[in-house]
Design a protein around this ligand. Structure first.
Ligand SMILES: Nc1ncnc2c1ncn2[C@@H]1O[C@H](COP(=O)(O)OP(=O)(O)OP(=O)(O)O)[C@@H](O)[C@H]1O
Ligand SMILES: [Mg+2]
Length: 364
């Protein structure tokens, strides 16, 4: 087997993403040090999982039906942006089924043999969680198809011409795959998941509930207005909401009176430079450059990135998606453009209203 194979099969851009993540308070990715803090805040049961009503209802049917039949449920694929609860749901699935949980990830499986070792040691009914399932190397992916469909794995014994493949029957298990890039998943793999749940960004009211529950778990008194303030600045993402809550708690403890009230929330979020729309310093820097240096655009992405001293990739993956989603920036064939909302948000006068958010499209 070629040891370089799996590495080549992974996307180098993906490898860069986590290291860019953890640093910023508004990043949807989680840093290594943050995992323990997150684990403490994870809901354990489906009815504690806030929001995502459709997925929750569908999943609860799948789980209840399987439990009723006394068989492991079909394989489950969870897709959606970072920080929305895929890992949490995978753990909830095992918890609801009262089944053991095995956790691995696409990048952790370097060779098909690694996957064979995991599969062949699964217990009956075990939940096998494969995070970043779109990053599995091809040979492992093919082994997974067979395991998921036929509950069989072909174990290769020996090397070279003497190598033989011995089919090994597997006990019924449930694979739960998670991916932030469902589009990268090959169709044959996607088709082997009997249930696909797509997680979407949360509404402020839902994030309000998330932080309120987290505050209870952390044992800190959180005023409802403070919860609303945090929810409104969390970019629709529970991971960010929980992180901002921890920063507000720090502020209240060190600078405040220990009370997590509206004043504490505002003061803490000001220290961390997260504004009312959830934009951080870099987001505002990009908008500011776009408006003041390039007259609102259109301007090419790389020029824009250089003007704020960042890599093009950082701006494209960490900054732009949220600005586009919130309607501050539009992508046009001629480059990036600021919308009227961006000008307004920065407190700047838009030079020529005809060039606003929706106007340019109308002229073509
Ligand atoms: N619906 C929810 N209700 C309450 N808390 C949630 C919910 N969804 C996510 N969280 C919290 O947000 C944090 C991040 O969730 P999780 O790790 O499950 O995200 P993820 O989708 O797996 O992200 P990634 O793609 O980066 O792996 C966790 O601390 C979890 O407790
Ligand atoms: Mg996860």
């Amino acid at each position: 087997m070629n040891p370089r194979g799996p590495e080549e099969a992974t996307d180098p851009e993906e490898d860069a993403a986590p290291s860019l993540g953890g640093g910023s308070v508004t990043s949807a990715e989680s840093g290594a040090l943050e995992r323990a803090a997150e684990a403490a805040l994870r809901p354990r049961r489906l009815d504690e999982f806030v929001g995502q009503q459709v997925v929750r209802e569908q999943l609860s049917l799948v789980l209840d039906a399987a439990t009723g039949r006394g068989r492991p449920p079909e394989h489950v694929l969870l897709s959606g942006p970072p920080g929305l609860g895929k890992t949490t749901l995978a753990m909830i699935i095992a918890g609801e089924l009262n089944a053991p949980l095995r956790i691995t990830s696409g990048p952790a499986i370097q060779h098909a043999g690694d996957l064979a070792a995991i599969l062949s040691s699964l217990e009956e009914g075990e939940v096998l969680f494969i995070d970043e399932v779109h990053r599995l190397a091809r040979p492992a992916e093919e082994m997974l198809y067979i395991a998921m469909e036929d509950f069989r794995v072909d174990v290769v014994v020996g090397k070279g011409v003497g190598a033989t493949s011995i089919p090994l029957e597997l006990p019924p298990f449930t694979a739960v795959g998670a991916t932030t890039r469902a589009g990268l998943l090959p169709a044959p793999l996607r088709d082997r998941f009997g249930f696909v749940g797509h997680l979407d960004y949360y509404r402020p009211a839902e994030l309000h509930e998330v932080v309120a529950r987290s505050a209870v778990r952390l044992g800190v008194p959180l005023a409802s207005e403070a919860a609303a303030e945090i929810a409104g600045r969390s970019r629709g993402t529970p991971r960010i909401a929980n992180r901002l809550l921890r920063r507000v708690r720090d502020w209240a403890q060190v600078r405040g009176s220990g009370q997590l009230d509206l004043a504490a929330a505002r003061a803490a979020l000001e220290v961390y430079e997260v504004d009312e729309s959830g934009l951080d310093r870099l987001d505002r820097g990009v908008l500011q450059a776009l408006c003041t240096r390039f007259g609102g655009g259109p301007v090419g992405l790389s020029t824009l990135a250089v003007s704020v001293g960042e890599e093009t990739e950082t701006v494209e993956t960490m900054v732009e998606p949220y600005l586009v989603r919130e309607g501050f920036l539009t992508r046009t064939p001629r480059g990036r453009m600021a919308t009227s909302l961006a000008w307004e948000h920065l407190g700047l006068a838009e030079p020529d209203p005809v060039r606003g958010a929706t106007a340019p499209l109308g002229r073509f």
